[in-house]
Design a binder for this molecule. Structure first.
Ligand SMILES: [Zn+2]
Length: 255
């Protein structure tokens, strides 16, 4: 089968696992892919995502946000300064994220409440600057969808969604996009979620360097492996999966 060009709507090229081969990975990605969205999961990566997008204009796009565990660690003043920085750089990013809730790494209820408070502030920011919002919701999927349903006025992307089919259906009813990663290769739950998600509401991502198909370092072009799996689940061609998810991604992020 000939090579099919794909895209990656969520990865972390700034991770130190890419320190030895970042330039080579980007060069190869340019041959194999239409575009990559670099996710700002902390203050350093958000700034770096913008630099990468300026260096690779029209190929790498940036989002800016704070992973919930990073967000909860900041003082109120520092957190709000970060929101301000995003506000000031809104024209250099295509979305707010990743932001959200992480009850997997944070079990303390007071800290989870702080995560929810800061998540709400991020939603308000996305509404204000009118950018799609990319959600991390590990083990907090039900709360995340509940908060979004009341507060979000912009397009919502559930990144690496790993919740139940019930919460998935609620998210779909609200019109949220569900982003599938290479997790689908190893996980029965993700295959079940894919079965319940119309292709028209799907995005493809890797979360590279995380979530390698065989637990190795993941690469952005491995979205093609996820697309192949989805093609089998949906009984359509890989070309169709890539075509529809590509047009979804362009629509969501105004690319
Ligand atoms: Zn991520």
């Amino acid at each position: 089968m000939k090579d099919i060009k794909t895209m990656d709507t969520h990865c972390h090229l700034q991770h130190n696992w890419f320190d030895e081969d970042r330039d080579a990975v980007i060069a190869l990605a340019k041959k194999k892919m239409y575009f990559i969205i670099e996710s700002g999961a902390n203050a350093v990566w958000s700034r770096g995502a913008i630099s990468l997008s300026e260096e690779h204009k029209g190929f790498i796009y940036a989002t800016a946000g704070l992973h919930p565990i990073d967000a909860q660690k900041l003082s109120k003043v520092d957190f709000e300064a970060e929101l301000d920085w995003i506000r000031q750089n809104k024209d250099k990013i295509i979305g707010v994220g990743e932001v959200g809730l992480d009850y997997h790494w944070e079990k303390d209820e007071t800290m989870q409440a702080l995560q929810r408070e800061r998540f709400s502030q991020f939603i308000a920011l996305a509404n204000e600057i009118n950018k799609p919002i990319v959600i991390h919701s590990w083990e907090g999927e039900a709360d995340a969808v509940d908060i979004l349903s009341r507060e979000a006025k912009v397009t919502v992307v559930m990144h690496c969604f790993s919740g139940s089919v019930d919460v998935l259906l609620k998210a779909l009813e609200l019109g949220y996009y569900i982003s599938f990663s290479t997790q689908i290769l190893a996980s029965k739950n993700h295959r079940r979620l894919a079965k319940n998600t119309p292709l028209e509401m799907m995005l493809l991502e890797t979360d590279a360097p995380y979530l390698g198909p065989n637990r190795e370092k993941n690469m952005p072009w491995n979205t093609l492996l996820a697309a192949k799996k989805i093609a089998v689940i949906k009984d359509v061609t890989v070309e169709e999966v890539v075509k529809v998810t590509l047009s979804n991604a362009k629509k969501v992020f105004w690319i």
